[in-house]
Design a protein around this ligand. Structure first.
Ligand code: E4P
Length: 218
């Protein structure tokens, strides 16, 4: 399973990259705003800055909701860097835009996926990735992980090449469950990735090893 980080924070992207396990980055307009990245030129430059840190797919989201606008924005984003993936919302014009970009070999990530039917539609339109939002479904008392399972079964039935990018991951158990099911990618915050490191027996075991070394080397 590939690990993407879900942030526009360059420091966190660098930290995950330096750990050696980072395969890509996802952003969205909210994450860009959170970092204070506003205005067309600054936003475009920020995507380039991210691409210069990570050698992997970087999702950049369009803000248009009509087909022509999405095409215009998506083409400009794709021109920025070869690793840019155009992020398109799951709406009617978005489906048309997915098809348009697929025919031109421009990679896409269909975002805001909350049902298996939406994921099926995005795959039929040729999306490179679909982003089912696990955590946001959990937030409304619906099992987000079940959706990953459902999409995996549907894509495997028909050999769809669209990759399942489990998004809105909130904690390490989400990551483990996605890996068990066979999600192609997960995207989450740095703290969820780092939380995979933790185990109290590792900490106590290491403390013991170091203490015994000190005793033996006095
Ligand atoms: C997906 O690409 C989104 O950016 C993201 O994962 C949403 O996560 P959130 O529900 O924690 O905002």
């Amino acid at each position: 399973m590939k690990f993407f980080i879900d942030t526009a924070n360059l420091k966190e992207i660098k930290e995950a990259h330096d750990l050696g396990v980072l395969d890509g980055v996802t952003t969205n307009p909210s994450l860009m705003a959170k970092e204070g990245i506003t205005g067309h030129d600054k936003i475009m430059q920020h995507y380039v800055d991210i691409c210069n840190i990570v050698d992997g797919p970087v999702s950049a989201e369009v803000i248009s909701t009509d087909f022509e606008g999405m095409v215009r924005e998506g083409e400009a984003l794709a021109e920025l860097h070869e690793n840019i993936v155009v992020k398109i919302p799951m709406i009617k014009d978005g489906v048309k835009a997915l098809k348009y970009f697929a025919e031109r070999d421009i990679k896409t990530n269909c975002t805001l996926i909350f049902s298996a039917g939406q994921a099926l539609l995005a795959a039929k339109a040729g999306a490179t990735y679909v982003s089912p939002f696990v955590g946001r479904l959990d937030d409304i008392s619906t099992d987000g992980i079940d959706l990953i399972d459902q999409i995996r079964a549907i894509y495997d039935n028909y050999f769809f090449e669209t990759q399942i990018l489990a998004a809105s991951v909130r904690h390490p158990m989400h990551i483990i469950q996605c890996a068990e099911i066979g999600a192609d990618v997960m995207t989450g915050p740095l703290k969820s990735i780092l939380a995979l490191l933790n185990h109290p027996l590792t900490d106590s075991g290491l403390a013991q090893f170091l203490a015994d070394y000190q005793k033996g080397n006095k």
